[in-house]
Design a protein around this ligand. Structure first.
Ligand SMILES: Cc1ncc(COP(=O)(O)O)c(C=O)c1O
Length: 397
């Protein structure tokens, strides 16, 4: 009987490397593999399973909507998508939404919107300034916008019009602005790039720069949004608002739903400009509505902020005991622990053996993305496992 790894190798394109476990069940912050082994899941679908595995909020909404109406065309009105839109507008201060199915698609839509806005309001300008080390998805435009050339180069020719500058440098942004610039597109905190938190005055300065030069500010909140960074949207920490914002991941609590939102200033789409078959269907928007309502009603972002501080304090206590541990960094429950050398893959594997799933976001850093509903006891357990994994690795050296 071939193993699951052998079966996969026979039929899958080689686009990624899997951890050697077959997950079959999840509940709250925990998942189980086919052998019945239990893990604390601090990857959570890479910041997607926001309310935990098989959350009753998600499951109830999914079942109820599945029994009622799963999918119809956007030719027709359906209520869940409008209820969700109204709630997201009330919470974000934006004014219009377009639904899609993945983060990359939400960013594609944001890029189209920013280009159309530039065409109309900036004399045909179409360039978008983006950040080195950023990540915006895997479509042709979004790999080009992302700041990792190796993801894009094999697929040339790439779409024109993206200008890369170092993240967290206002001077670099200012120097890159030309008559062709339509927008600046950034993550409020770079997630895939390694949990890179910008200086606290960076985003306010970017907003001011956009106002000064009449540019659109596009924020990719796909990883940082929906409570992950201790606010419903990460930009709220800085008292600013973007012109365009993309959401995905945590929005559906595990079901595939994404969106991009605009304020009045950039609301330039007209009939025919964009479209989707699945985006905004009743099934996924009903779940996203239940998830978002729960987050708002429970003030989950405030709980995330407190839990994030707890996690950070516990991680910092490791710095004193392990010579291999560098600094912990992050916001809310989007946190990385850096090491003094490239041991992150070994640490992630040693954690996995001990029942904790974390990902090695950089060669020298692991990332913690637990469900936002994680308990303090689970956070403590996770840090204890990292502690034990490091002790084992250090004694093996
Ligand atoms: C900031 C950011 N933007 C976009 C994406 C792409 O999202 P998706 O994989 O749903 O296309 C990701 C995924 O990791 C992300 O972190």
């Amino acid at each position: 009987m071939p193993s699951i790894a052998e079966r996969e190798a026979a039929v899958f394109m080689r686009t990624g490397v899997r951890a050697p476990i077959n997950l079959v069940r999840g509940q709250g912050s925990r998942v189980w593999d086919a052998d019945g082994k239990e893990y604390l899941d601090f990857i959570a679908g890479i910041a997607t399973v926001s309310l935990g595995h098989s959350s009753p909020i998600v499951v109830d909404a999914l079942k109820k909507q599945a029994d009622t109406l799963i999918h119809v065309s956007n030719i027709f009105y359906t209520e869940p998508q409008i209820d969700l839109a109204e709630l997201l507008m009330a919470q974000s201060g934006m004014s219009q939404i377009f639904y899609c199915n993945s983060g990359a698609e939400a960013n594609e839509g944001s890029i189209k919107l920013a280009r159309k806005w530039g065409r109309q309001h900036r004399d045909g300008a179409y360039e978008i300034i983006v950040a080195e080390g950023g990540f915006h998805g895997r479509t042709l435009a979004t790999i080009t916008a992302s700041g990792t050339p190796k993801y894009a180069e094999p697929f040339a020719p790439l779409p024109e019009g993206f200008v890369h500058v170092p993240y967290n440098s206002i001077d670099a942004l200012r120097a890159a602005i030309t008559a062709q610039t339509a927008a600046i597109m950034l993550e409020p905190l770079q997630g895939e790039g390694g949990v890179i938190v910008p200086d606290s005055d960076y985003l306010p300065a970017v907003r001011a720069l956009c106002d000064e030069h009449n540019l659109a500010l596009v924020l990719d909140e796909i990883q940082t949004g929906m409570g992950r960074c201790g606010h419903l949207f990460a930009f709220q920490r800085y008292g600013i608002t973007p012109d365009i914002m993309s959401l995905a991941k945590g929005l559906g609590g595990g079901v595939p739903v994404a969106a991009f939102l605009t304020n009045d200033r950039c609301a330039v789409f007209e009939p025919g400009d964009h479209g989707t078959t699945f985006g905004g269907q009743p099934l996924t928007t009903a779940v996203a509505l239940a998830v978002t309502r729960y987050m708002v009603d429970q003030d989950l972002p405030a709980q995330v902020e407190a839990k994030g501080q707890h996690l950070m304090e516990r991680l910092r206590s490791l710095e004193d005991r392990h010579p291999s541990v560098g600094a912990a960094r992050g916001q809310g429950l989007l946190v990385a622990l850096e090491f003094t050398s490239d041991i992150a893959a070994d640490v992630a594997a040693a954690c996995r053996e001990r029942g904790l799933l974390v990902n090695n976001v950089r060669p020298n850093a692991i990332r913690f993305l637990p469900p936002l509903t994680v308990s303090d006891a689970e956070l403590n357990q996770a840090v204890d496992i990292v502690d034990a994994a490091l002790t084992a690795l250090e004694s093996a050296d």
